[in-house]
Design a protein. Structure first.
Length: 136
């Protein structure tokens, strides 16, 4: 079963934002995430994942399919959170996806305390469509 784990930059009440971490706290948080990433890779559960640039680097594209697309700077949501990264995983059950999300949410923050960042677990609907067979 495939799941997308979405990691946001949402502030957690009572916790410092990541830009306020000491270098040691940043290293500990990164090491925690890399440990999970490595485990998922070794178990063959990781299909892909990336950290994303901030909204100031994003573009929004709108098109009617006829005229040139309209491209605007940024993806500036009205909320304080933005999508920071994701992991696409293929695991045996929803429970395993939740277990991975819980470990991710518990990444250490200031003073080594778990950050409790919300991790969204989205089932992936596959295949909803497939590419057509090539014409030979």
């Amino acid at each position: 079963m495939k799941y997308m784990l979405l990691m946001s930059s949402a502030p957690v009440k009572g916790e410092s934002p990541m830009h306020g971490y000491t270098p040691e706290e940043m290293q500990a948080s990164g090491a925690h995430m890399m440990q999970i990433h490595q485990e998922l890779t070794e178990r063959g559960e990781l299909l892909g994942g990336e950290a994303l640039a901030g909204p100031e680097a994003a573009k929004t594209v709108t098109s009617d399919g006829v005229t040139a697309p309209v491209v605007t700077d940024g993806a500036f949501p009205e909320a304080k959170e933005v999508l920071a990264g994701f992991w696409m995983i293929d695991v045996e059950s929803e429970q395993r996806a939740i277990e991975i999300a819980a470990r991710t949410s518990a990444a250490p923050g200031p003073g080594g305390r778990p950050t409790r960042k919300p991790i969204e677990v989205w089932p992936v609907m596959t295949p909803i469509m497939s590419a057509p067979d090539p014409v030979v």
